[in-house]
Design a protein around this ligand. Structure first.
Ligand SMILES: N[C@@H](CCC(=O)N[C@@H](CS)C(=O)NCC(=O)O)C(=O)O
Length: 230
């Protein structure tokens, strides 16, 4: 078995995606958290876009981009998370391609400068949720995207569904309740140990602190006392 080092910012959802795939495959890996404001030279030398995640394999190969990392891990380590059937695999890949748009639609409101921008941003959530609800309806009975078997689609969406819940607890969004399949899927993913790189409460506190420090319109709804206690 190769040696794996996953370079990370603690709250990065794209890192979380790679970590989830490693955990689903029961692979031992070293998690190395670096600070976004103080990226070391060794990291800048192996990360072309200066972004995390980077997966270092056997101290020699450096892979970047969470989707490329997930696909690499799936090609090299069993169990295969992609479906065997080429049509199903193409459908799965089509839905992992949608993750960046989904992510922006669901978490964009955390970066809005004004209430008007926030209102505009949250209007994107139902559009993205509706697309996934319909995809899940086509896929079948759940509880996971492909049914009983975990997939790279599950690994890719988990972090962003988790952030929806975090944002909903900062300022109620009340959206996911309108999409029963999506809600059931999200709850399945939240209950799955592989989703979590840190204890759930500790991680949510870290996320809230990020939102507070970002100093955007939403930041005012993260209580100072809560941040102090974190
Ligand atoms: N498309 C990339 C996105 C990675 C990404 O945006 N990572 C963020 C942290 S969550 C980052 O490193 N940002 C630093 C920067 O943009 O300079 C992937 O899927 O890996």
């Amino acid at each position: 078995m190769s040696k794996y080092l996953l370079v990370s910012f603690k709250t990065c959802p794209w890192v979380q995606r790679a970590a989830i795939v490693l955990r689903e495959k029961k692979v031992d890996f070293e998690f190395r958290h670096i600070e976004p404001d103080n990226r070391p030279d060794w990291f800048l030398a192996i990360s072309p876009h200066k972004k995390v995640p980077v997966l270092r394999v056997d101290d020699t190969i450096s892979l970047f981009e969470s989707n490329a990392i997930a696909e690499y891990l799936d090609e090299t380590i069993t169990p295969r998370l992609h479906p065997e059937d080429p049509v199903m695999r193409a459908i799965n890949r089509a839905w992992t391609d949608y993750i960046p748009t989904f992510a922006e639609s669901v978490t964009g409101c955390a970066y809005s400068d004004s209430e008007a921008d926030y209102t505009k941003a949250i209007a994107k959530i139902p559009v993205a949720f509706d697309r996934l609800e319909k995809a899940l309806e086509k896929q079948g009975a759940g509880p996971l995207f492909n049914g009983a078997k975990y997939s790279l689609v599950d690994a890719g969406y988990a972090a962003f569904l988790q952030r929806y819940y975090f944002l909903d607890r900062i300022r109620p969004l009340g959206q996911i309740e309108k999409y029963p399949r999506l809600k059931a899927w999200a709850e399945t993913l939240m209950a799955r140990p592989s989703t979590h790189s840190f204890p759930a409460g500790e991680f949510e506190a870290m996320y809230r602190l990020n939102v507070k420090r970002r100093n955007k319109w939403l930041s005012q709804f993260v209580a100072d006392t809560a941040v102090a206690a974190e």
